[in-house]
Write a protein that binds this ligand. Structure first.
Ligand SMILES: Nc1nc2c(ncn2[C@@H]2O[C@H](COP(=O)(O)OP(=O)(O)OP(=O)(O)O)[C@@H](O)[C@H]2O)c(=O)[nH]1
Ligand SMILES: [Mg+2]
Ligand SMILES: [Zn+2]
Length: 288
Protein backbone atom coordinates (compact mmCIF):
# COMPACT_ATOMS: atom_id res chain seq x y z
CA UNK A 1 0.00 0.00 0.00
CA UNK A 2 1.15 3.54 -0.72
CA UNK A 3 1.28 6.13 2.00
CA UNK A 4 3.03 9.27 3.17
CA UNK A 5 5.12 9.64 6.32
CA UNK A 6 3.40 12.25 8.48
CA UNK A 7 5.54 11.96 11.61
CA UNK A 8 8.75 10.29 12.75
CA UNK A 9 9.24 9.69 16.46
CA UNK A 10 11.48 7.33 18.39
CA UNK A 11 12.60 5.33 15.37
CA UNK A 12 9.01 4.77 14.17
CA UNK A 13 7.36 6.29 11.15
CA UNK A 14 3.69 7.21 11.19
CA UNK A 15 2.34 6.64 7.72
CA UNK A 16 -0.96 8.00 6.45
CA UNK A 17 -2.57 5.39 4.24
CA UNK A 18 -5.94 6.59 3.00
CA UNK A 19 -7.64 7.85 6.14
CA UNK A 20 -5.70 5.78 8.68
CA UNK A 21 -2.29 6.21 10.22
CA UNK A 22 -0.07 3.15 10.66
CA UNK A 23 2.84 3.04 13.09
CA UNK A 24 5.66 1.58 11.05
CA UNK A 25 9.15 0.25 11.46
CA UNK A 26 11.42 0.42 8.46
CA UNK A 27 13.21 -2.57 6.94
CA UNK A 28 16.91 -2.49 7.75
CA UNK A 29 17.79 -3.20 4.14
CA UNK A 30 15.86 -0.15 2.95
CA UNK A 31 17.38 2.06 5.62
CA UNK A 32 20.86 0.97 4.63
CA UNK A 33 20.20 1.49 0.95
CA UNK A 34 18.34 4.80 1.10
CA UNK A 35 19.41 6.33 4.41
CA UNK A 36 16.93 7.85 6.81
CA UNK A 37 13.36 8.28 5.72
CA UNK A 38 11.87 11.71 6.39
CA UNK A 39 8.47 13.26 6.92
CA UNK A 40 6.83 13.76 3.55
CA UNK A 41 8.39 10.65 2.03
CA UNK A 42 6.03 8.59 -0.09
CA UNK A 43 6.46 4.98 0.94
CA UNK A 44 5.30 1.45 0.23
CA UNK A 45 3.92 -0.13 3.36
CA UNK A 46 3.11 -3.72 4.25
CA UNK A 47 0.45 -3.77 6.99
CA UNK A 48 1.28 -5.85 10.05
CA UNK A 49 -1.42 -6.02 12.67
CA UNK A 50 -4.21 -3.50 13.19
CA UNK A 51 -2.50 -0.13 13.24
CA UNK A 52 1.01 -1.18 12.39
CA UNK A 53 3.12 -1.83 9.37
CA UNK A 54 6.56 -2.04 7.84
CA UNK A 55 8.02 0.44 5.35
CA UNK A 56 9.16 -1.65 2.39
CA UNK A 57 10.25 1.07 0.02
CA UNK A 58 10.88 4.82 -0.06
CA UNK A 59 9.84 6.36 -3.38
CA UNK A 60 12.05 8.96 -5.07
CA UNK A 61 11.68 12.48 -3.61
CA UNK A 62 10.36 15.30 -5.76
CA UNK A 63 11.71 17.97 -3.41
CA UNK A 64 13.72 18.01 -0.21
CA UNK A 65 14.11 20.81 2.33
CA UNK A 66 16.73 20.33 5.01
CA UNK A 67 15.65 23.00 7.45
CA UNK A 68 12.96 22.19 8.41
CA UNK A 69 13.51 18.62 7.18
CA UNK A 70 10.59 17.64 4.96
CA UNK A 71 10.27 15.89 1.61
CA UNK A 72 7.93 16.32 -1.34
CA UNK A 73 6.36 19.63 -0.37
CA UNK A 74 5.33 21.67 -3.39
CA UNK A 75 4.57 24.79 -1.40
CA UNK A 76 6.66 26.51 1.25
CA UNK A 77 5.13 29.28 3.30
CA UNK A 78 7.63 31.25 5.29
CA UNK A 79 5.87 32.59 8.34
CA UNK A 80 7.01 35.62 10.31
CA UNK A 81 5.14 37.81 12.77
CA UNK A 82 4.66 41.55 12.38
CA UNK A 83 5.66 41.75 16.03
CA UNK A 84 6.45 39.53 19.00
CA UNK A 85 8.86 38.33 17.83
CA UNK A 86 10.16 41.14 15.61
CA UNK A 87 10.68 39.93 12.04
CA UNK A 88 14.19 39.51 10.65
CA UNK A 89 14.39 40.30 6.94
CA UNK A 90 17.84 38.67 6.79
CA UNK A 91 16.46 35.35 8.02
CA UNK A 92 13.41 35.67 5.80
CA UNK A 93 15.48 36.26 2.65
CA UNK A 94 17.73 33.36 3.59
CA UNK A 95 14.74 31.08 3.85
CA UNK A 96 13.44 32.24 0.47
CA UNK A 97 16.80 31.40 -1.09
CA UNK A 98 16.78 27.96 0.52
CA UNK A 99 13.33 27.23 -0.89
CA UNK A 100 14.29 28.37 -4.41
CA UNK A 101 17.43 26.23 -4.25
CA UNK A 102 15.23 23.24 -3.41
CA UNK A 103 13.05 23.99 -6.43
CA UNK A 104 10.08 25.23 -4.40
CA UNK A 105 8.48 28.63 -5.02
CA UNK A 106 7.90 30.14 -1.58
CA UNK A 107 5.15 32.43 -0.37
CA UNK A 108 5.44 34.81 2.57
CA UNK A 109 2.99 35.06 5.42
CA UNK A 110 3.07 37.76 8.08
CA UNK A 111 1.03 36.72 11.09
CA UNK A 112 -0.21 38.69 14.12
CA UNK A 113 -1.74 41.40 11.96
CA UNK A 114 -3.82 42.29 15.03
CA UNK A 115 -0.65 43.63 16.73
CA UNK A 116 0.19 45.95 13.85
CA UNK A 117 -0.19 49.64 14.62
CA UNK A 118 0.27 52.38 12.07
CA UNK A 119 3.60 53.69 13.27
CA UNK A 120 6.29 53.53 10.62
CA UNK A 121 6.67 51.38 7.55
CA UNK A 122 6.24 47.71 8.09
CA UNK A 123 8.21 44.76 6.79
CA UNK A 124 5.78 44.09 3.91
CA UNK A 125 7.09 47.05 1.94
CA UNK A 126 10.33 45.18 1.19
CA UNK A 127 8.41 42.48 -0.64
CA UNK A 128 6.23 44.71 -2.82
CA UNK A 129 6.95 44.15 -6.51
CA UNK A 130 9.10 41.11 -5.80
CA UNK A 131 6.65 38.67 -7.34
CA UNK A 132 6.21 36.84 -4.04
CA UNK A 133 2.72 36.24 -2.78
CA UNK A 134 2.54 38.07 0.55
CA UNK A 135 -0.23 37.28 3.02
CA UNK A 136 -1.09 39.38 6.04
CA UNK A 137 -3.01 37.36 8.58
CA UNK A 138 -3.96 36.88 12.17
CA UNK A 139 -4.43 33.45 13.67
CA UNK A 140 -6.02 35.23 16.61
CA UNK A 141 -8.78 37.14 14.80
CA UNK A 142 -8.99 34.99 11.66
CA UNK A 143 -8.05 37.97 9.47
CA UNK A 144 -6.76 36.77 6.08
CA UNK A 145 -7.12 33.14 7.01
CA UNK A 146 -9.22 32.27 3.97
CA UNK A 147 -6.47 33.41 1.67
CA UNK A 148 -4.03 31.12 3.47
CA UNK A 149 -6.49 28.23 3.29
CA UNK A 150 -6.80 28.81 -0.46
CA UNK A 151 -3.04 28.78 -0.88
CA UNK A 152 -2.67 25.47 0.96
CA UNK A 153 -5.68 23.63 -0.41
CA UNK A 154 -4.82 20.41 -2.25
CA UNK A 155 -1.10 20.92 -1.85
CA UNK A 156 1.56 19.43 0.37
CA UNK A 157 2.94 22.49 2.12
CA UNK A 158 5.27 23.45 4.89
CA UNK A 159 4.99 26.33 7.36
CA UNK A 160 8.49 27.42 8.25
CA UNK A 161 9.75 30.29 10.36
CA UNK A 162 11.13 31.34 13.72
CA UNK A 163 9.76 30.08 17.01
CA UNK A 164 6.76 31.97 18.34
CA UNK A 165 5.48 33.45 15.07
CA UNK A 166 2.32 31.34 15.26
CA UNK A 167 2.79 28.41 12.89
CA UNK A 168 0.97 25.95 15.13
CA UNK A 169 -1.67 28.57 15.97
CA UNK A 170 -2.37 29.02 12.26
CA UNK A 171 -2.91 25.30 11.82
CA UNK A 172 -5.21 25.24 14.83
CA UNK A 173 -7.18 28.07 13.23
CA UNK A 174 -7.33 26.33 9.86
CA UNK A 175 -8.61 23.08 11.28
CA UNK A 176 -11.31 23.39 13.95
CA UNK A 177 -10.79 20.88 16.74
CA UNK A 178 -7.07 20.54 16.15
CA UNK A 179 -5.19 21.24 19.36
CA UNK A 180 -1.52 21.59 18.53
CA UNK A 181 0.44 22.89 21.46
CA UNK A 182 1.27 26.60 21.27
CA UNK A 183 3.55 28.60 23.53
CA UNK A 184 3.70 32.13 24.86
CA UNK A 185 6.57 34.40 23.87
CA UNK A 186 9.31 34.81 26.46
CA UNK A 187 8.97 38.33 27.86
CA UNK A 188 12.60 38.66 28.76
CA UNK A 189 14.05 37.46 25.45
CA UNK A 190 11.09 38.43 23.24
CA UNK A 191 11.51 35.14 21.49
CA UNK A 192 9.45 31.99 21.09
CA UNK A 193 10.09 29.04 23.36
CA UNK A 194 10.48 26.28 20.78
CA UNK A 195 7.15 24.68 21.57
CA UNK A 196 6.88 22.44 18.49
CA UNK A 197 9.57 19.77 18.62
CA UNK A 198 8.86 17.60 15.57
CA UNK A 199 7.87 18.04 11.97
CA UNK A 200 4.34 16.76 11.44
CA UNK A 201 2.12 16.74 8.38
CA UNK A 202 -1.45 17.67 9.25
CA UNK A 203 -4.44 17.05 6.96
CA UNK A 204 -6.50 20.22 6.45
CA UNK A 205 -10.20 20.56 5.63
CA UNK A 206 -10.92 20.52 1.91
CA UNK A 207 -7.82 18.45 1.13
CA UNK A 208 -4.12 18.92 1.47
CA UNK A 209 -1.39 18.36 4.02
CA UNK A 210 0.52 21.05 5.89
CA UNK A 211 3.71 20.46 7.84
CA UNK A 212 3.92 22.12 11.22
CA UNK A 213 7.60 22.48 12.07
CA UNK A 214 9.88 23.56 14.93
CA UNK A 215 10.95 27.21 14.72
CA UNK A 216 14.52 28.09 13.80
CA UNK A 217 16.53 31.24 14.44
CA UNK A 218 19.38 30.75 11.99
CA UNK A 219 19.81 29.04 8.68
CA UNK A 220 22.85 27.94 6.72
CA UNK A 221 22.78 28.50 2.99
CA UNK A 222 22.58 25.37 0.88
CA UNK A 223 25.61 24.67 -1.32
CA UNK A 224 25.31 26.94 -4.33
CA UNK A 225 27.40 28.75 -6.89
CA UNK A 226 27.88 32.52 -6.62
CA UNK A 227 26.26 33.03 -10.02
CA UNK A 228 23.12 31.15 -8.91
CA UNK A 229 22.12 33.44 -6.07
CA UNK A 230 20.80 36.33 -8.19
CA UNK A 231 18.42 33.91 -9.89
CA UNK A 232 16.79 33.35 -6.51
CA UNK A 233 15.83 37.03 -6.28
CA UNK A 234 12.80 37.20 -8.62
CA UNK A 235 12.76 41.01 -8.73
CA UNK A 236 16.30 41.09 -10.21
CA UNK A 237 15.14 39.24 -13.31
CA UNK A 238 13.67 42.26 -15.05
CA UNK A 239 16.93 44.22 -14.77
CA UNK A 240 19.74 41.67 -15.22
CA UNK A 241 19.59 41.71 -19.04
CA UNK A 242 20.64 45.37 -18.86
CA UNK A 243 23.76 44.72 -16.77
CA UNK A 244 26.91 45.62 -18.72
CA UNK A 245 28.54 42.24 -18.11
CA UNK A 246 26.79 38.96 -18.71
CA UNK A 247 27.28 36.89 -15.57
CA UNK A 248 27.17 40.10 -13.50
CA UNK A 249 26.99 39.25 -9.78
CA UNK A 250 25.43 42.68 -9.07
CA UNK A 251 28.23 43.22 -6.60
CA UNK A 252 31.24 45.34 -7.51
CA UNK A 253 30.81 45.35 -11.28
CA UNK A 254 30.38 48.70 -13.05
CA UNK A 255 27.25 49.22 -15.13
CA UNK A 256 25.09 46.96 -12.99
CA UNK A 257 21.39 47.49 -13.75
CA UNK A 258 20.30 45.78 -10.55
CA UNK A 259 22.26 48.19 -8.37
CA UNK A 260 20.92 51.07 -10.42
CA UNK A 261 17.34 49.81 -9.96
CA UNK A 262 18.00 49.62 -6.23
CA UNK A 263 19.28 53.21 -6.19
CA UNK A 264 16.15 54.34 -7.99
CA UNK A 265 13.95 52.52 -5.49
CA UNK A 266 12.67 49.73 -7.72
CA UNK A 267 14.44 47.10 -5.63
CA UNK A 268 14.40 47.18 -1.83
CA UNK A 269 17.74 48.27 -0.37
CA UNK A 270 17.26 45.86 2.50
CA UNK A 271 16.67 42.95 0.16
CA UNK A 272 19.79 43.94 -1.79
CA UNK A 273 21.85 44.23 1.41
CA UNK A 274 20.82 40.70 2.37
CA UNK A 275 21.75 39.56 -1.12
CA UNK A 276 25.26 40.97 -0.73
CA UNK A 277 25.58 39.36 2.70
CA UNK A 278 24.66 35.95 1.30
CA UNK A 279 26.82 36.43 -1.80
CA UNK A 280 29.86 37.19 0.33
CA UNK A 281 29.12 34.11 2.38
CA UNK A 282 28.95 31.95 -0.76
CA UNK A 283 32.21 33.43 -2.08
CA UNK A 284 33.88 32.94 1.30
CA UNK A 285 32.74 29.32 1.62
CA UNK A 286 34.30 28.50 -1.76
CA UNK A 287 37.66 29.87 -0.55
CA UNK A 288 37.83 27.55 2.43
N1 LIG B 1 -1.64 38.49 19.03
C1 LIG B 1 -1.49 37.34 18.37
N2 LIG B 1 -0.87 36.30 18.95
C2 LIG B 1 -0.72 35.17 18.24
C3 LIG B 1 -1.20 35.04 16.92
N3 LIG B 1 -0.89 33.81 16.47
C4 LIG B 1 -0.25 33.18 17.48
N4 LIG B 1 -0.14 33.99 18.55
C5 LIG B 1 0.49 33.68 19.85
O1 LIG B 1 1.89 33.55 19.64
C6 LIG B 1 2.45 32.58 20.53
C7 LIG B 1 3.25 31.55 19.75
O2 LIG B 1 2.41 30.81 18.92
P1 LIG B 1 2.78 29.35 18.39
O3 LIG B 1 1.67 28.93 17.48
O4 LIG B 1 3.14 28.44 19.49
O5 LIG B 1 4.10 29.67 17.54
P2 LIG B 1 4.98 28.66 16.67
O6 LIG B 1 5.41 29.40 15.45
O7 LIG B 1 4.26 27.39 16.45
O8 LIG B 1 6.26 28.44 17.61
P3 LIG B 1 7.24 27.14 17.73
O9 LIG B 1 6.40 25.91 17.81
O10 LIG B 1 8.01 27.39 18.97
O11 LIG B 1 8.12 27.18 16.50
C8 LIG B 1 1.24 31.98 21.28
O12 LIG B 1 1.16 32.63 22.52
C9 LIG B 1 0.07 32.34 20.41
O13 LIG B 1 -1.14 32.46 21.14
C10 LIG B 1 -1.87 36.17 16.32
O14 LIG B 1 -2.32 36.18 15.17
N5 LIG B 1 -1.98 37.30 17.10
MG1 LIG C 1 4.66 25.46 16.94
ZN1 LIG D 1 24.31 43.41 -12.31
Amino acid sequence: MDGIIVKAVGGFYFVLVGETVLKCAIRGKIRRRLGQAMVGDMVDVRPAGDDEGVVEEILPRRTKLTRPPVANVDRAVVVFAFKRPEPSAALLDRFLVQAHAAGITPAICFNKHDLLDNTGADICTHYENTGYQVLQISAKTGFGLEELAGLLKNHVSVLAGPSGVGKSSLLNALRPGLKLQTGAISHKLRRGKHTTRHVELIPIPGGGLVADTPGFSSLNLPPLGREELGGFYPEFGKFTPQCRFSGCLHYREPGCAVKEAMRQGFISGRRYQNYVMMLEEVIESKRR
